[in-house]
Design a protein around this ligand. Structure first.
Ligand code: CP3
Length: 358
């Protein structure tokens, strides 16, 4: 197998010196791109996920159009509950909906045990095909939802304001929550291992709803299971990124979860965070996604603040603090990527690569 041409992202994940800061954008394959909307006009979202040729095509679009340093496979975190037997519908204007959410032991027992090579083979095929079509230009990131975030969706059935249903279950029937979390931990680990075998160069675990938990419950219902997933999938050193959105507390414990990289949203101070955990893990983030609504000059000013907040040296992967919004002008995303590519070398030793090679 030939070597990757752009290893900046993988090097930064391992806190190796790089000549500039790598950048990719969460949700970079999506509706803000006219080229994505053109494909989507003829296919529903789940069919796109389940057709490797289409998934590969939209995965590669932001590499060509925006110039990011890594691709992320086009799919969704909700393919796991779907594979477990829950009926998933993408409702226009609302997002993903499970019409029969899980509310009791019987619903939980009806969830199928999944085998990634069987039930989620279409994602593995999309990864192999995308790797071939990328032709080693940039690495490919695989991903999954974290057990906690998947549980939240499976119990709420849709996005939620107060998360009343999942909270009722963790407070009134924690045994049920843990029973499903155990099942999900196995499914997520099996699925991510299969993604690595299919060619994913790195893995991101999205814990979008980690921040709705109290600091103690975060340890009990979220981090504990992420620890187990990482323990099960660590093999040949493919970098693992954990993104616990909204988590301001337990930074040191989070940094000990076994991941190589922790992703942060824009409400986190990267300087303080790096001081606390930067000798253990790399840091990904964290420009406010809504900054991309502004003009390029403002975007560059705000992006510089993120580079400055992290400071000089290895271990930073530039990203937004959450996914790119669907009504962002792609030119603005490109302005951000161009700026990080040009400006960030000032934050690194020029000969960084040579130093490590010698
Ligand atoms: O990052 C990428 O480009 C890869 C693709 C990707 C998608 N979803 C495609 C998608 C990834 C990594 C995800 C993860 C995901 N999905 C998360 C975790 C990250 C996050 O944003 O917090 C969550 C919570 C979901 C669940 C989900 N899927 C929601 C809430 C929605 C609706 C909101 C929206 O943006 O429409 C989706 C649908 C979805 N997933 C779309 C895309 C491109 C839009 C579907 C469409 O084309 O209509």
């Amino acid at each position: 197998m030939e070597a990757l041409q752009n290893t900046l992202f993988l090097d930064a994940c391992k806190r190796r010196p790089v000549e500039r800061t790598p950048i990719w954008i969460m949700r970079q394959a999506g509706r803000y791109l006219p080229e994505y909307r053109a494909v989507r006009a003829n296919h529903d979202f789940l069919s796109m996920c389940k057709t490797p040729e289409l998934a590969a095509e939209v995965t590669i679009q932001p590499v060509d159009i925006i110039g990011v340093d890594a691709a992320i496979i086009f799919s969704d975190i909700l393919v796991i509950p779907e594979a477990m037997g829950m009926h998933l519908e993408m409702k226009e204007g609302e997002g993903p909906v499970f019409d029969s959410p899980i509310r009791n032991e019987e619903d939980a027992d009806n969830l199928n045990q999944i085998d990634a090579y069987d039930n989620l083979k279409y994602v593995l095929d999309a990864i192999s095909l995308t790797k071939r079509e990328l032709n080693n230009r940039v690495p490919l990131i695989g991903f999954s939802g974290a057990p906690w975030t998947l549980l939240t969706y499976m119990i709420e059935g849709r996005g939620s304001k107060n998360f009343a249903n999942v909270k009722k279950i963790i407070y009134n029937n924690p045994e049920l929550a843990h029973r499903i979390l155990y099942k999900l931990t196995d499914a997520v680990a099996d699925y991510l291992s299969a993604q690595i075998s299919a060619g994913a160069d790195a893995i991101q675990i999205f814990d979008t709803w980690a921040g709705i938990l109290s600091p103690r419950d975060y340890l009990v219902f979220a981090l504990k299971y992420v620890n187990q997933v990482i323990e099960k999938i660590k093999r040949n050193g493919e970098p693992i990124i954990y993104f616990p959105k909204g988590v301001h507390y337990r930074m040191r414990t989070t940094a000990d979860c076994g991941a190589d990289v922790i992703g942060f949203d824009w409400t986190i101070d990267l300087t303080k965070t790096r001081d606390k955990i930067g000798n253990k893990v790399a840091v990904q983030g964290n420009l406010d996604p809504t900054v991309l609504y502004s003009e390029p000059n403002f975007i560059r000013r705000e992006a510089r603040k993120v580079l400055e907040a992290y400071g000089k040296g290895e271990g930073h992967i530039f990203n937004l603090g959450h996914g790119i919004l669907p009504d962002i002008n792609p030119e603005h995303a490109r302005a951000l990527v161009d700026f990080v590519k040009e400006e960030s070398s000032a934050y690194h030793l020029k000969e960084g690569k040579n130093i490590i090679a010698s």
